[in-house]
Design a protein around this ligand. Sequence first.
Ligand SMILES: Cc1cc2nc3c(=O)[nH]c(=O)nc-3n(C[C@H](O)[C@H](O)[C@H](O)COP(=O)(O)OP(=O)(O)OC[C@H]3O[C@@H](n4cnc5c(N)ncnc54)[C@H](O)[C@@H]3O)c2cc1C
Length: 408
Amino acid sequence: MVVIGAGFGGLRVARGLAGVEADVLVVDRHNYHCFQPLLYQVATAGLEPEEIAYPVRRILRGIPNVRFRMATVIGLDLEGRRVLTEDGSIPFDYLVLATGSVTNYFGLDELKDRALGLKDLNQAVALRNHLLDCFERAVAEKDLQRRAALLTFVIVGGGPTGVELAGALAELIRLVLAHDYAGLDFKDARVVLTEAGPYLLGSFAADLQKAALRSLRQKGVEVHLASPVKGFDGHMVELASGETIQAETLIWAAGVRPGELAAAAGLPVARGGRVKVDPTLQVEQNPNVYAIGDLASFEDVDGRPLPMLAPVAIQQGELVAENIRRQIAGQPLLHFVYRDKGTMATIGRNAAVCQIGNLHLTGFPAWVAWLVVHLLQLISFRNRMLVLINWIWDYLFFERAVRLITRD
Ligand SMILES: Cc1cc2nc3c(=O)[nH]c(=O)nc-3n(C[C@H](O)[C@H](O)[C@H](O)COP(=O)(O)OP(=O)(O)OC[C@H]3O[C@@H](n4cnc5c(N)ncnc54)[C@H](O)[C@@H]3O)c2cc1C
């Protein structure tokens, strides 16, 4: 059995197959599992990359029938039942596709080289370096207009990632960097959040959307709703309305889409590129191939595809492990039913929104709930402790421990 992807979904499959009488191989291009929900804290100098990642070999140690190989999958030979990697091919009887998603530029592909992303650890560290570098360059910049552009940070996308990043960046600037760069005029520093739709946090209830907007504005974030970005030349952001913003930084947090791997192999895909799966999570017309998480298009009872969220991937991973066991034993397979335990987003210190069924929380209670949930979901006790210490330190002393520019 080959599981491609050691993300939230793939790891659940691997763990769920512990003890099954078969060899399970997990393949990932990285040798670590990354806790993506906290990437924005790496980007804003709050956490070290190591604190939100964990080696896959350590996670799978102690499961004798599960092994790991670090490799990038470049293709699938479904007829020949082989996974093609840069280092050769791997045969399989059962295949689980859990490759997650990639950044979606919605056709603005020229932005790939100019915008900064927040999809993996390397991008988060690159963003941290860039943000801090802008302040160092601003100190030396004599031209007032250019200095203001260096201190203007435009974030595209008013979903949870954009909102969380905007809040954290505004606080980094106001509460921390304003003291580090005493000579700089911080009236020039702007965090601008642009969202194409009429609301922030589209999947949340209206009262929580409004609360998030209010909190962001209180923290000094300029929010532009119904303002799709049309282009960015490295110095100026152009909005569809024709308005322009002088800025050296554009951060793309507007959405994700599945990678090309499955579609290139001829697997059936729905609109948007996610792989069409049966209720059992088997890929349509491919009973030995399963797809889960961000990659899979699974519709809820109302016919809408499930959101690209960690709990969806985790629950699907658990079901796929069970269904593979059943398939081997010749038993009927189970259908996937998503248990929505709620969604949350934090806007910064003492501010978050949290929606659990009909329960809507904002402000401090929501923020505490967010902290607890995210801390508990991190892999390894050590990482939880380190993150907790960093958070307490930040909260008490208004500090961000990792204000390092770590590149030449
Ligand atoms: C910045 C950010 C913040 C987020 N915040 C939240 C949040 O607060 N709450 C929430 O529920 N969800 C959040 N999400 C979404 C959540 O992280 C995803 O829904 C979840 O990770 C999907 O799990 P997955 O197993 O499908 O894919 P992933 O967890 O992305 O794992 C995919 C794995 O496949 C590997 N891979 C991909 N292609 C290849 C290849 N060709 N060869 C080898 N390996 C490959 C990758 O290296 C990766 O390890 C966030 C996502 C991002 C980017």
